[in-house]
Design a protein around this ligand. Structure first.
Ligand code: ATP
Ligand code: MG
Length: 219
């Protein structure tokens, strides 16, 4: 089978772990590929020691290598489909896996701006546009959706959130593009509603702090 060709000309983002490319002939699709230089490294983590250790012990880490996050993410998507018969609105749709010229590629829905270009992540968006009440409303909308879908997200920071729309939407909203699973060994927030709510309150507060800081001091 022919591999999907990924080339730097189609690169839309270089994350800490992944390269994100446009797919030629499919404007509504992006493909994520683990960066070759990251393949043998564990993602850097600023987390507390016990949490780091917990993650290292995850059996899926050993089994799936750098792809363990995708495995966990799919598990959560399937759980959501089994429970609610739908995926949360704030998640770009997963579209499948392909072999690319740079290893396994994860095809996902391309979130775009009104002009059709790739939507900026919130880090870039607030650096360019500042942080205002309108965006704060969007953050609140996101967290109320997270609450109502009861969907655990491990890493709610500005670079994992994009501000844009899917085909057919009339307005921009915040999408969570990464960390769509509970990363700890014991899935406390999945099991316990109080822990889930407490976590989200803290994450919302921290995200607002991050956005205000970045919005005030553009880089
Ligand atoms: N579905 C999407 N639609 C539009 N842009 C996206 C999408 N997924 C990812 N991106 C862009 O690609 C960037 C990196 O994506 P992702 O977070 O999945 O990779 P990463 O390697 O984990 O990056 P980081 O270390 O910065 O979190 C995002 O910050 C965002 O700008
Ligand atoms: Mg990320």
């Amino acid at each position: 089978m022919k591999r999907l060709e990924v080339s730097t000309a189609d690169l839309v983002a270089v994350g800490g772990q992944k390269h994100v490319y446009r797919v030629s002939g499919a404007p509504d699709t992006l493909v994520k590929v683990v960066r070759p230089d990251r393949f043998h490294k564990m993602p850097p983590s600023k987390d507390k020691v016990f949490r780091r250790l917990g993650r290292r012990l995850l059996p899926s880490r050993r089994r799936f290598g750098p792809y363990w996050e995708w495995n966990r993410e799919l598990e959560e998507f399937i759980a959501s489909l089994a429970r609610l018969h739908t995926l949360p609105t704030f998640v770009p749709r997963p579209l499948g896996f392909v072999e690319t010229t740079n290893g396994i590629g994860y095809l996902v829905e391309h979130i775009r701006s009104a002009d059709g270009t790739t939507a900026p992540n919130l880090r870039k968006y607030v650096a360019e546009n500042g942080f205002d009440e309108r965006l704060e409303v969007k953050v609140n909308d996101l967290f109320s959706d997270i609450d109502s879908y009861r969907f655990v997200i491990s890493d709610v920071r500005a670079s994992n959130l994009v501000y844009g729309r899917r085909v057919g939407d009339l307005d921009d909203r915040i999408f969570v593009v990464d960390g769509l699973y509970e990363a700890t060994f014991i899935r406390l927030r999945t099991m316990c509603g109080a822990a889930f709510r407490r976590f989200n309150i803290r994450k919302r507060r921290r995200l607002l702090e991050e956005l205000k800081k970045r919005g005030r001091y553009p880089n």
